[in-house]
Design a protein around this ligand. Structure first.
Ligand code: SAM
Length: 281
């Protein structure tokens, strides 16, 4: 039996039946357009061997499109009513038993997913999109690529390169694990309720690690500090961790970074090079 997708009328009827009034606090804007779901799945290039993790499946529109492409999806949903309904909807739409696992949990609190997921595909809840994405990249190294739908402003920040106006903490941190590509924009009209922000798709592909966990932590601390005081020069910002501005200057020069530079022009590789100098104080 083939798997059928959800349409706009069915999504509204399901919400009514469950007495779900989409909650802004949970970023509940449901995709009511099957073409958009299929487009996301195509962009994620999923094959039958993939174990896809979806965060926030909601009423299941993207989940069913994912299950057309692979026989293994784990969906993590915080809202109990939605999590309980999802297996029923899946069965009614032709999903074979065992192909969909549901975890009724806050994605931020998920540290373990059975059977190493290989891809992450999600229309992320907007209020937690950046921490959820960064946490999943950190906690699940088996995830090699994925596609996420986020607020356009966030998508631009995630994919920004050093020196651009939108480059900041999310850009530098996401780049530790992955290449982030701004893939497409999504019309507001595909959502119910219609959100008051624009949305875009970001595709990510994991690259080789830039260092071990200890180096990552030190690098992230340097990134947080650099963007916490955006207008200051790095020599001044790092003076206290390197034991004075002269020592900070030496560390920066050894890492090949001009001490008068500001964080907004540095790639994550440069931040990591500075962090390596912390070992040699
Ligand atoms: N995937 C569905 C779609 O495209 O129609 C729903 C997407 S909606 C933008 C976000 C979903 O994430 C909602 O179902 C919401 O209940 C869920 N959610 C919100 N915060 C969450 C969290 N911390 N952990 C897991 N799910 C969450």
């Amino acid at each position: 039996m083939s798997i059928s997708l959800l349409g706009a009328a069915e999504i509204r009827a399901l919400a009514e039946q469950l007495d779900v009034h989409p909650a802004k606090s949970l970023g509940q804007n449901f995709v009511i357009d099957a073409n958009t779901c299929q487009k996301i799945v195509r962009l994620a290039v999923i094959s039958q061997g993939d174990h896809v993790v979806e965060i926030g499946p909601g009423l299941g529109s993207l989940t069913l499109a994912l299950l057309q492409a692979t026989n293994k999806v784990t969906a993590i949903e915080i809202d109990e009513r939605l999590a309980k309904q999802l297996p029923i909807t899946a069965k009614e739409h032709g999903v074979p038993d065992g192909n969909l696992q549901i975890m009724n949990q806050d994605a931020l609190q998920v540290f373990d997913i059975p059977d190493n997921p290989t891809k992450l595909v999600a229309n992320l809840p907007y209020n937690v999109s950046v921490p959820v994405l960064l946490n999943f990249l950190e906690r699940f190294p088996s995830i090699t690529s994925g596609v996420v739908m986020v607020q356009t402003e966030v998508a631009e920040r995630l994919a920004a390169k050093p020196g651009s106006k939108t480059y900041g903490v999310p850009s530098a941190k996401a780049a530790w694990w992955s290449d982030m590509i701004l893939a497409d924009s999504v019309s507001r009209s595909v959502f119910w309720p219609v959100p008051n922000v624009d949305s875009s798709l970001v595709k990510f592909v994991r690259h080789a690690p830039l260092g071990d966990e200890s180096l990552r932590r030190r690098t992230f601390e340097l990134i947080d500090r650099a963007f916490g005081q955006r207008r200051k020069m790095l020599r001044a910002i790092y003076a206290d961790i390197y034991g004075g501005s002269a020592a900070a200057e030496t560390a920066l020069l050894s890492a090949g970074v001009e001490p008068t530079t500001r964080g907004e022009s540095l790639s994550v590789e440069r931040f990591a090079a500075i962090a390596k100098q912390l070992d040699r104080r």
